[in-house]
Design a protein around this ligand. Structure first.
Ligand code: NAD
Length: 248
């Protein structure tokens, strides 16, 4: 028996990195999974590999209209949606606040923060029809503290916003049996991280008490737990997974 038998999940940003790892784990645990991303080629290939319980939809998470289409196609393929993982995100440029271009600021907020609002607004009615659900919003340690090396204030601001919106929606929809939690990863080995650092992690592993970066699959274990009935009384909370980074 899988931990997600009978669940229908939407995972955004699932064509690579952590989103891909979550999609693979969810299907292995019995869920039917809709993978969405801008990267159609990789997304389609992963969904094909995962078989009949996976469907890829090209999706820009900053578009409310595309969210509606994603929900419609997901319900058509698999029925009401019971899990949403708002994972898609971007770093934006590594710049100081006084040098930060306004349009770049808005773009980071749109992808990291506004998308999570659109996703929750769109999918909650489907969860209400299903009698409940679990939402996992992917924030960051940058949504807990402003770590040295955080790329810019929009990244930190949008990840703090994700944490706050999580609590707001958890309180509002708890009576509908909808649980909402945020996940705050530290340094995880993904293409995003590779683009931001050099091969040894830019020396950042020395900052981490466990002295290593995490594999995406280690984060999948936490996301799986929060999506599954194993966490049936956990809602409105932030879950940090950072090898001890922010404990210092
Ligand atoms: N890697 C880390 O160390 C780390 C740490 C903390 C938090 N995070 C967060 O975890 C999440 C996943 O990060 P990752 O490292 O796997 O990143 P990644 O860059 O490897 O993958 C992100 C995916 O999101 C997709 N995406 C970007 N913009 C999109 C849009 N507008 N619409 C749809 N899809 C879009 C990309 O195409 C990509 O496939 C992000 O929210 C990120 O901020 C990452």
């Amino acid at each position: 028996m899988g931990k997600l038998d009978g669940k229908v999940a939407i995972i955004t940003g699932a064509a690579q990195g952590m989103g891909e790892a979550h999609a693979r784990r969810f299907v292995a645990e019995g869920a039917k999974v809709v993978l969405t991303d801008l990267n159609e080629e990789r997304g389609q290939a992963i969904a094909k590999e995962l078989g009949d319980n996976a469907l890829f939809i090209r999706h820009d998470v900053t578009s409310p209209a595309e969210w509606k289409q994603v929900l419609q196609q997901a319900e058509q393929a698999f029925g009401t949606v019971t899990v949403l993982v708002n994972n898609a995100g971007i770093l934006g440029p590594l710049v100081e606040t006084t040098e930060f271009d306004e349009d770049e600021y808005l773009k980071v907020c749109a992808v990291n923060q506004h998308s999570q609002f659109y996703g929750m607004k769109t999918v909650i009615p489907s969860m209400q029809k299903a009698g409940g659900g679990a939402i996992v919003n992917i924030s960051s340690t940058a949504g807990m503290v402003s770590i040295v090396g955080a790329p810019n204030l929009a990244y930190v601001g949008s990840k703090f916003a994700s944490r706050g919106m999580t609590k707001h929606v958890a309180v509002q929809y708890g009576p509908d049996n909808i649980r909402v939690n945020s996940v705050h990863p530290g340094y995880i080995k993904t293409p995003m991280m590779a683009a931001a650092t050099d091969a040894d992690g830019g020396g950042i592993t020395a900052q981490v008490p466990l002295r290593r970066m995490s594999d995406p699959d280690e984060v999948s274990s936490l996301v799986l737990f929060l999506a599954s009935d194993d966490s049936s009384y956990i809602s409105g909370m932030e879950h940090v997974i950072d090898g001890g980074l922010t404990a210092q």
